[in-house]
Design a protein around this ligand. Sequence first.
Ligand code: SF4
Ligand code: SF4
Length: 257
Amino acid sequence: MDNANQGKHIDKKSTFTFDCHPGVSCFTDCCKDVDMTLYPYDIIRLRKRLNISSEQFLNQHTEMEFDDNFWFPRLVLKMSDNEDFSCPFLSASGCTVYDDRPFSCRSYPLARSVKRSCSKERQSEKYYLVCHDHCKGHQESKTWKISEWIEQNNLHDYNEMNASWISVDTLLKSYPFDQKGMNMTLFRLLITASYNLDNFRLLLNDEGLSKKFDIPHELKTKAKTCDITLMELGFAFIRHCLTGEPISYNNNDLFFK
Ligand code: SF4
Ligand code: SF4
């Protein structure tokens, strides 16, 4: 892929011109040989869309990259093994998972930069206009406000879910382990609670584990059928493992403050 101009900060009131449709000469060029981070909410949406388990999804479609965090990886989408290294969800007519495409695909050409914090309330966001050299969408005349782009691409949900993840990921980046450090059992547990949520749901059936980590019964029950609750419980579980912060459940709201 070519270089992207990531330096153009745009404030929330300004507008930009862009459009992407099958008529652009570069249609689907950006779906090939791309380094795409997948966030936990991306995986929830995609594995549901594909009707496979999170375990299958991780095995078939992801790779671990230890780049900006030496002890905890990010997950990236595995490209196909063809000559274009195209996205596995790309067809001749475009994206086959469009309504559930990952955050990075739906956000482009906007990039959302978040000032990291373990607390969601202390995170602050800025938007940048990303311009890849090959992308002709910037030559189209359709004008957007940032709020319109967010609305059009259903980014609210993704921003909210990713904010929860950023608070946990920020904690993971700070190496919050005791003197024993990270071991393989803890590593597997944290990966499961972050990304392999079907297996995490199975783990919750273990009464011993629920007791050990003092997981409220009501929360466990809700997590059996609600993927979002399960994901937030996974994040709370990670925080508990790393800091001892109790897993609490008030007024049906587990989202971190
Ligand atoms: S998920 Fe869809 S939009 Fe994103 S790279 Fe793959 S084919 Fe393209
Ligand atoms: S390169 Fe740009 S205009 Fe072309 S398909 Fe991708 S996002 Fe759309």
